[in-house]
Design a protein around this ligand. Structure first.
Ligand code: H79
Length: 439
């Protein structure tokens, strides 16, 4: 008789006992509430948000993946919270900066892959209040300030956890943390739902939850739908999004892209991201880093960032632009400067971004992008040197002007094209917007 090894028998038994559902299989129809649909509308109109990656990893200045990348064990990583004392953190300054940049919402890391809670969680002491000399709940302060200044607040929340022992079996990352070879994944999911419940009941209205990290264990027995339903039960208007790099699942309210415009796959993450019908958002960094990285000086220019914002809008997507604050609680000058310059451009040209939708008749081109709101079509001229720009034949254009100062733009309406004569010497250094009125 063939002897079946103990490990194979255990694996067979586990396969029978554990409901092992693929993430994509959870497709009970989801009917969003009225509040939720209204929030989606608001979200699409908002177009521009501030992403904030902040955690105890900022102390090392090597990004938010340092625990995994430097193969730190839990006990080595536990030396970071005692060093995290952001005495210069001022929520009012952060929110004012987002507003000055022309942003309408903030998405901040409540918990990243290191599992460290940036709020006063009651589930354990792996959090900013109990484990750092700072001892204060930075999310509470930010939520209050956002409410005061009229900015909406989303929480980024990592499914993946490199710290919790119950996150077991482990996935593709966090393998050097020195955790035991056992754990109860369902218990981990209970813990995650309990932490989310705190965030959705103690921090006022939450605009949404931005999930990340499921790709670590993408065929794991996640209870996504149960978690999504919990969120919608606690706050019906809260928008659920998940950075799983796939087509949205039932229970999600927006589709996100990482370092890619919808339909592109420059990042390598978006190969499975067929563009669906939900509101869209893409996120990117100012240098190459999400969490504070002291040595990364590859800053994108203000021009590149404004181009990305305009191209995102042309693709009918929001742009969530990231900063990784320093361990003292301040945001580095290079970021602040670029955000303020974007805000200055938006203060003159914002109507071509906010409340617009991508103009489907002219999808984004190499030379630029086109948006629309009501009877106005906004042509964002990004990379066009010449005086005459030929567009496909547009709806009857009654008048055209430069958005920045009202200069009249001559339009030739041919049988098969619409020609714009861009006034010489009137180019915006970032994005010259021509507003075409069709009424
Ligand atoms: O929070 C920021 C990043 O920390 C997080 N998402 C943004 C918003 C993020 N980092 N990487 N990723 C998301 C995708 C990572 C994929 C990979 Fe891998 C991790 C490629 C290599 C290591 C997955 C796991 C594929 C192989 C192992």
């Amino acid at each position: 008789m063939k002897i079946v090894s103990y490990s194979i028998r255990v694996a067979l038994l586990a396969a029978l006992l554990i409901p092992y559902s693929s993430v994509a299989a959870q497709e009970t129809p989801y009917v969003p509430s009225k509040e939720n649909l209204a929030a989606r509308q608001w979200f699409q109109d908002a177009r521009f948000g501030l992403f904030i990656h902040w955690g105890v990893y900022s102390v090392l200045g090597k990004g938010e993946w340092v625990m995994n990348n430097d193969r730190m064990t839990k006990s080595e990583y536990e030396k970071l919270p005692p060093r995290f004392n952001p005495t210069r953190y001022d929520a009012a300054q952060w929110v004012s900066l987002a507003k000055a940049a022309g942003m309408k919402y903030i998405t901040i890391t409540s918990k990243h892959h290191d599992g460290f809670a940036m709020w006063n969680t009651k589930q354990n002491s792996w959090n900013i209040v109990d484990a750092t000399p700072y001892g204060k709940d930075v999310l509470k302060a930010l939520a209050e300030e956002c409410r005061k200044q009229g900015i909406k607040l989303f929480f980024y929340h990592s499914h993946l956890d490199w710290y919790q022992n119950e996150y077991f079996p482990r996935g593709r990352t966090g393998l050097y943390s020195g955790r035991p070879e056992y754990g109860n994944f369902d218990k981990y999911l209970d813990y995650m739902d309990d932490q989310l419940t705190e965030l959705l009941t103690e921090y006022g209205p939450v605009a949404g939850i931005w999930f990340d990290g499921i790709w670590d264990k993408k065929d794991g027995p996640w209870r996504l739908r149960r978690t999504y339903d919990l969120i919608h039960k606690l706050q019906p208007a809260a928008l659920v999004g998940n950075n799983h790099h796939l087509k949205p699942f039932a229970g999600e309210d927006f589709q996100m892209f990482e370092k890619d415009l919808p339909g592109q796959n420059v990042s390598g993450f978006s190969s499975g991201s067929e563009v669906g019908n939900l509101p869209l958002e893409t996120c990117d960094t100012i240098n190459g880093a999400w969490g504070y990285n002291e040595s990364d000086k590859r800053f994108k220019s203000t021009k590149q960032l404004i181009h990305y914002l305009a191209r995102a809008a042309g693709h009918n997507a929001n742009f969530l632009l990231n900063v990784g604050p320093k361990p003292d609680g301040t945001i580095q000058d290079e970021f602040v400067e670029r955000l303020r310059e974007m805000g200055a451009w938006l203060s003159k040209n914002g109507e071509s971004i906010y409340g617009t939708r991508g103009y489907e008749k002219v999808p984004p081109r190499n030379w630029g992008a086109v948006t629309q709101k009501g009877d106005t079509i906004y042509v964002h001229v990004l990379e066009w040197q010449d005086e005459v720009l030929a567009l496909p034949k547009l709806a009857d254009v009654k008048s055209a002007r430069l958005l920045m100062d009202g200069t009249v733009v001559k339009v030739d309406q041919l049988a098969d094209a619409t020609l714009l004569h861009l006034p010489v010497g009137k180019r915006d250094p970032y994005d010259t917007v021509v507003a075409l009125s069709t009424k």
